[in-house]
Design a protein around this ligand. Structure first.
Ligand code: BTN
Length: 258
């Protein structure tokens, strides 16, 4: 049983460096914190935080679900407004993966591996995932970026379809503190040059140099990962010797013989 209650005052206590928070919305149960984040009003240069003790319809990438039982995980979305004409979406997912990795490693003894693009692994099991979404605001003068983070903290039983893949970091870390640290790290790397987050991203990568299987639409491809380039893209040489650059988005990927 996970005993620390979500508490906005405690979350705020851990937010550093004058980072501005507009509102914190806390729920015991919700459909999806990402979906709720789409409906709230944002404020420029501020983050909005939505966090729930459980989700009925937690969403993952590629239309998948994110299993979100009560008390044993962190189900968090934070959102901010951007000017769509001068914003580079490409790095947000990678920066979020680095922020969550750094926060977990700072607050626990767990060593995280990042599977491109945004799955976090521990003991060969997926323990966290990130879903970044963008929506236009009601007034259409800005876009809102929503960063959804799901972490299995102490969940030990999973539905059959993910039982072999999903794991947990087995930690009783304070969720309030973890939220604060994730936002601090995200804001730090978001404001630095991309090389800063990429250094951390590459050093935690579990796909660099590995043989992988990936799907482009229905098409199954095999290849070897050569590098993560300066745009956070995966450079792969496929089985025909052709270089492919995989961008974030609709690609599922599996490391072979790992
Ligand atoms: C993935 O693994 O494909 C991404 C999972 C993202 C899950 C989080 S939990 C909080 C937020 N709300 C959602 O509905 N999804 C994200």
């Amino acid at each position: 049983m996970y005993d620390n209650n979500l508490d906005s005052k405690k979350i705020l206590k851990h937010i550093k460096w004058g980072i501005k928070i507009n509102n914190i919305h806390i729920f015991d149960e919700i459909n999806s914190t990402n979906d709720y984040s789409k409906e709230i009003d944002g404020k420029f240069n501020h983050y909005d935080i939505v966090v729930s003790n459980s989700q009925k319809n937690g969403k993952g990438r590629l239309g998948r679900k994110f299993y979100s039982p009560e008390n044993t995980g962190l189900y968090l979305s934070f959102s901010f407004l951007i000017n769509p004409n001068s914003f580079n979406f490409a790095n947000v997912t990678g920066i979020a993966a680095v922020a969550v990795t750094k926060a977990i490693e700072k607050l626990t003894k767990v060593k995280i591996g990042i599977k491109w693009v945004n799955d976090l692994f521990y003991n060969n099991k997926k323990v966290a995932g990130i879903l970044v979404e963008g929506v236009s605001t009601k007034s259409f003068d800005a876009s809102k970026i929503i960063v959804g983070v799901g972490i299995n903290l102490s969940t030990c039983e999973f539905p059959e379809d993910i039982a072999g893949i999903a794991g947990s970091i087995n930690s009783d870390v304070s969720r309030n503190k973890l939220i604060g640290y994730i936002i601090n790290y995200f804001d730090y790397y978001y404001k630095k040059s991309t090389s800063k987050y990429l250094d951390v991203y590459r050093s935690h990568s579990i796909v660099l140099g590995k043989e992988i299987e990936y799907y482009e639409g229905e098409h199954r491809c095999l290849g070897k990962v050569l590098e993560i380039n300066d745009y956070g893209e995966l450079v792969v040489i496929d089985s025909f010797g052709i270089l492919n650059v995989l961008r974030t988005g609709e690609i599922s990927l599996r490391v072979i013989n790992d």
